[in-house]
Design a binder for this molecule. Sequence first.
Ligand SMILES: Nc1ncnc2c1ncn2[C@@H]1O[C@H](COP(=O)(O)OP(=O)(O)O)[C@@H](O)[C@H]1O
Ligand SMILES: Cc1ncc(COP(=O)(O)OP(=O)(O)O)c(N)n1
Length: 510
Amino acid sequence: MIVNTLSEPATGDRAAAPTPAATVRRHPRVLSIAGSDPSGGAGIQADIKSIAANGGYAMAAVTALTAQNTRGVQSVHVPPAEFLRRQLESLSDDIAIDAVKIGMLANPEVMRAVGEWLETTRPAVVVLDPVMVASSGDSLVAVDARLALLDLLQHAHLVTPNLPELAVLVGEAEADSWEAALEQGRRLAATSQVRVLVKGGHLAGSACPDALVEPGGSVEEFTALRIDTANTHGTGCSLSAALATVQAQTNHWPESVRRAKGWLWDALETSAELEVGHGHGPVNHFHSLWDAAPPAGNAFSRSLWDEVEPQRKAIFELGFIKDLAAGTLTEAHFAYYLAQDAMYLGSYSRVLARASALAPTAEEQLFWAKGAENCLAVELALHGDWLARHPLDVGPGPVTKHYVDHLQAAAFAGSYGEVVAAVLPCYWLYAEVGRVLHADYLAFDGVHPYARWLETYADQAFADAAEAAVRIVDAAARRGSALDRERMREAFVHSAQYEVDFFDAARLHA
Ligand SMILES: Nc1ncnc2c1ncn2[C@@H]1O[C@H](COP(=O)(O)OP(=O)(O)O)[C@@H](O)[C@H]1O
Ligand SMILES: Cc1ncc(COP(=O)(O)OP(=O)(O)O)c(N)n1
């Protein structure tokens, strides 16, 4: 689970390299300018896998050849910088490059060649991983390269040093705490006027924090649980290449960090499956491709529906629902329910707005935005109407509070898949309750006291919206990894249980 927190508003900050126009591409053309790692875990080999795994078209200009494996670097060969220049010019003469990731640049001459090419080409996204030392401890860069590297920062939109690299860039000793690392990140960002991703992989502890630090000093943190693994070869390469790719898809740095870090976390967690080498093994770049084949069609939503069968049955066994169907529910209980529902809907609407913000297509964006609007406009009007006639002075009850907390946690820390899975039960179970109760209501003899409410939820438009929400969840499940689907499943089941508790809370409230 990736959790992110913003310590100061990110306003007014601007990295030195000009912020590009907001063009995004589903499959950006991403160039890695980096060294070769023949073991495939780091360098251009890792970058190409990372770019492809994140949906980009990968290209690579080789800056250096290394002889290395998972145990260490045995030898480095640096071709003439002039030949790197030719590779770069050859690419930019022909191909539109949406994003660049820069890795191992072995000496100042190579750095200058890359700087000059960036100066003329000005790619929209430049992520600079200031590679200096491999995870084995072997140096990959000439000792006199610091100034040339600092000079290169002016061309980057993001620089991603690990703690030893950050220390070299600010000319200080390596940070031994997260707070000290953030301070160094702030100093680098301010003095070089560059956006910095401070990475906490080298710290001890159960958490693995990273933080986006803007030149103006604002910091946004992204925390994940530390995975207990030795397979950390190439994490920095893989992360920076993923960041360049995702940024070209989103044009939103915090979202790019959240996605790239989440992807890398899954790659680390499933890395043991690869069994490569005897030292620091590689991460599993294609975990989502190789995991259990994504569920076809509506298989995922069917499995969710089956899994919450106990909750579906429980709803129709509740006294509240039975009394509501029979028209014998007291007005006091119904008013309490509507008051809680009105409070819930206010928050639910915001969560739908978040789903809209994260949506991968304009169609889904519009769907959730309309849902958010409907929640406020239609539902609150209906409830406001009833509640105006039956005023009830209560705050959010414990179930309302827990349910809303659960939705907000998904909205602020979860992926798009988690958010849409968490909001789905409210659509789907309500449509189901509406369908069943409406049938009872049509067979009802006399004037039903809750006719208006029952008609609203048996509305065809509501049933259509529930169906559309189900289709969106299936599509998100197909795109995600097995881990993503597991998180979606958990989010959905929790929400389904809260739906049961929510109805029940009204009757329990005397
Ligand atoms: N054991 C781990 N568990 C989870 N995330 C990790 C782990 N090790 C590194 N990371 C993440 O991998 C990325 C690279 O981290 P780091 O090791 O600091 O840089 P580098 O690979 O450049 O030395 C960061 O996002 C970091 O949080
Ligand atoms: C050719 C080459 N480039 C870079 C590295 C270092 O990889 P990185 O991901 O920055 O660091 P570790 O995660 O391996 O510490 C490399 N080894 N080879």
